[in-house]
Write a protein that binds this ligand. Structure first.
Ligand SMILES: [Zn+2]
Length: 313
């Protein structure tokens, strides 16, 4: 699977920044420790000098005894260092740089010179961010979803749906089930979908969300411009895909087949999708055909939202 090179560039840039921050932090911490315990600085300096001397002797013959002498001194210094650290409640790791990624020490390359998986996952995050950029999540959270705005007749059903969604987001994992939100406009489907998106992103998962029309337009543009297309790959591969407002997009034979591919691929790979739609079952079948709709109804847990348009005051 390809991720556009601009996202890789951003990923490497982020790694560089992370590396710098980690190293600056480590230096500051080390300097503070040396200031508090000057003997430690002397020991570390002497240990470094000894290492150089040993390396030099190692190249010349007949210096075995000398090397042993220095190694013995170094061992004593190391023991004294450990003692000092212990007395001051300092872990040896506190003197080392704490990288974000231990696999590549934030260089982006592992020990075999291969691009580290952290680069790939960062590049994906940037790609998802760009796809999601037009839909702000801040306005839609579980905290500002008010079940009391529904009438007495609908409140119980909507509270049950709300509780399910909140629990779904809390417990989300790669194998969570797919959901289908049905019901009229303004009943809270988008609000709850985006609340789930926010929570699941917070947990560190890759989420793509937004109106299907926007997602399909991007895929179509990439397909026909034969660009370094990756949106479709990302959509098939992200941990959670949220398709908002199924039924409002303009369908062509190309987009219908892409939609089928997306739904089918994700079902085959057991990757969850949340679909929300204002359309009825009959309307969905008419618009997308039996093939797609039977796939969705066969594998998704459905919820029918009830109530009045909660966006109207
Ligand atoms: Zn890494």
């Amino acid at each position: 699977m390809g991720v556009q090179s601009k996202f890789y560039k951003s990923a490497f840039k982020t790694l560089q920044e992370r590396k710098q921050i980690s190293e600056d932090k480590a230096i500051a911490k080390k300097n503070k420790i040396y200031k508090d315990i000057p003997e430690l600085l002397e020991i570390d300096n002497q240990l470094s000098k000894n290492m150089v001397i040993v390396a030099r002797y190692a190249l010349s013959e007949g210096s075995k005894q000398k090397i042993e002498e220095i190694s013995k001194i170094s061992l004593e210094l190391s023991n004294r260092k450990r003692q000092l650290l212990c007395m001051n409640n300092i872990n040896e790791s506190d003197l080392k740089v704490q990288y974000f990624c231990n696999n590549c020490s934030d260089t982006g390359y592992d020990k075999n010179g291969k691009v580290c998986s952290c680069v790939k996952s960062l590049a994906k995050q940037f790609a998802f961010k760009e796809l999601n950029s037009s839909t702000p999540l801040n306005n839609c959270t579980f905290e500002n979803f008010d079940c009391n705005r529904y009438s007495d007749d609908n409140r119980e059903v909507m509270t049950t749906i709300f509780d399910f969604c909140k629990n779904y987001a809390d417990e989300f994992n790669e194998n969570s089930q797919s959901l289908l939100f049905m019901g009229g406009t303004g009943l809270g489907k988008t609000h709850l979908s985006l609340s789930i998106a926010g929570k699941v992103i917070e947990k560190g998962y890759g989420v793509i969300y937004g109106p299907l029309s926007k997602i399909l337009a991007k895929i179509e543009k990439e397909h026909f411009s034969q660009s370094d297309s990756t949106t479709l790959d990302n959509i098939c591969d992200c941990d959670l895909l949220i398709i908002d407002d199924l039924g409002t997009e303009f369908l062509t034979s190309f987009t219908t087949s892409v939609l089928y591919d997306i739904i089918n691929t994700r079902i085959l790979n057991s990757k969850p999708i949340i679909i929300s739609t204002n359309l009825s079952v009959e309307e969905l079948e008419k618009q997308y055909g039996q093939r797609i709709i039977s796939r969705i109804f066969g594998c998704y847990k459905g919820f029918v939202f009830r109530g009045e348009d909660i966006r109207l005051d």
